[in-house]
Design a binder for this molecule. Structure first.
Ligand code: HGY
Ligand code: MN
Ligand code: MN
Length: 410
């Protein structure tokens, strides 16, 4: 049985990682940053203490491996991500990596019928370059060389960021894993929503990961004098964009999808100038691809209608798309056995409204996820929090799931 001391160790390590931030007043750790390098080093030390051989792969992911009964067996991969959104909580991603390390520390090396590999993915959020899952898509071998030209807010390309980090872009294919090297991927993550807490459950098993699309939207009007321009002559890009923002929420509620406008920039941005241009983001998710795509079609239609009515132009550019991913039933049943090992005889199942690295990894091996509740369902916020008791339950379930797969594999 897992002690609270084991849970406390994990929470203390989350606190240590939370100190590795590019910002003094809040947590932000992005892909290929000095903070990412420091986090990899800290995690490599903990992986090594747990009995793993460690390396940083050609994409900047921190990896570890424990051999099974014989050398070079295919591996069960455990992991999550260590990058964050701006002003993040300290458990989104990191908790899953640290739980995986604690599971490995509880397994006797050389005893499993498969190898155990751990990975701390370097970029699940996409905070620095916009496109997400750059670490896990390298592992999955689904890399797009177009991404080398992505730039961050300082105009640094992904290619240059690799070099600055000490990685050689030409050697990226070294990170690609082949299906025959892996037997599956397990990830434990905070739910990032209130469903488990509202149901009074510590843990839940994930059925599928949301279908998602992310777009940049633009409303183009005409800047003008805030005093002298009569309303009937205005082409106010901000009023047009605002109508669409409210419509995204209304349509999402009506259609049971999840649309969010998280970024919005007004140009030219003068207090006495009618906005001529608004650039804003759309993050759209649904349980199924068709629901996502139909909702986007309707939002697009609404944007055009608002633009027509207000003599504006409406433009959209998609920069991220991930179709819904179904979790593997065998791996999922191992997590259900894990939940039962904590005394919960009716494991709760739910689809993940949040995206995860498993969306990329499923291209190379089957995946499954276990959720643990987080206080108030809060995430992507410094108030993100979990209890030691729930972390202990998650560690018990995670270890039991690995041992269940080992027993099945004989
Ligand atoms: O946005 C998400 O769903 C994830 O936290 N990256
Ligand atoms: Mn996140
Ligand atoms: Mn996450």
């Amino acid at each position: 049985m897992v002690t609270d001391a084991a849970a406390r160790l994990i929470l203390d390590r989350c606190d240590e990682l939370a100190a590795l931030s590019s910002e003094p007043d809040f947590l932000k750790r992005v892909h290929l940053s000095p903070q990412h390098a420091a986090a990899n080093e800290l995690i490599a030390g903990w992986m090594s203490e747990a009995g793993l051989k460690t390396w940083q792969d050609a994409a900047g992911n921190q990896c570890g491996r424990m051999e099974g009964r014989e050398p070079d067996l295919p591996a069960l991969l455990l992991g999550s991500h260590i990058d964050t959104v701006p002003d993040a909580g300290r458990y989104d991603g990191m908790l899953g990596v640290l739980l995986a390390i604690s599971v490995a520390a509880r397994i006797e090396p050389g005893t499993l019928p498969f190898a155990l590999e751990l990975v701390a993915f370097s970029d699940e959020e996409g905070t620095r370059f916009g496109t997400a899952l750059l670490g896990s898509r390298a592992v999955a071998g689904t890399w797009d060389d177009e991404w080398w030209n992505l730039t961050d807010d300082d105009g640094i390309t992904l290619f240059e960021a690799f070099q600055d980090f000490g990685l050689d872009p030409a050697r990226l294919p070294g990170a690609f894993r082949r299906p025959e090297e892996l037997i599956g991927y397990l990830e434990v993550h905070i739910e990032q929503g209130p469903i488990l807490e509202d149901a009074g459950r510590e843990l839940g098993v994930v059925t599928s990961i949301a279908a998602a699309r992310r777009l940049e939207l633009r409303m183009v009007g005409k800047a003008g004098h805030a005093g002298g321009t009569p309303f009937e002559r205005r082409q106010d890009a901000l009023v047009g964009a605002s109508e669409l923002v409210v419509e995204v929420e209304r349509l999402s509620r009506e259609r049971g999808v999840v649309g969010t406008v998280g970024k919005l920039e007004v140009h030219p941005g003068g207090v006495n100038v009618i906005p001529g241009l608004v650039e804003f983001s759309l993050d759209l998710r649904a349980e199924f691809d068709d629901d996502r795509d139909e909702a986007l079609r309707i939002i697009d239609e609404a944007g055009r209608a608002i633009a027509d009515r207000r003599r504006l132009e409406f433009h959209r550019h998609e920069f991220y798309r991930a179709d819904a991913v179904v979790c593997d039933l065998d791996l999922r049943s191992a997590f259900e056995a894990g939940i039962r090992a904590t005394g919960d005889d009716e494991p709760m199942a739910m689809w993940s409204r949040a995206g995860h690295d498993g969306v990329a990894i499923v291209a190379v091996t089957p995946i499954a996820m276990l959720f643990l509740r987080c206080k108030g369902g809060v995430s992507h916020h410094p108030d993100e929090s979990v209890t030691a008791r729930d972390v202990a339950a998650a560690l018990t379930a995670f270890e039991a799931a690995v041992r269940t797969l080992a027993t099945r594999a004989g």
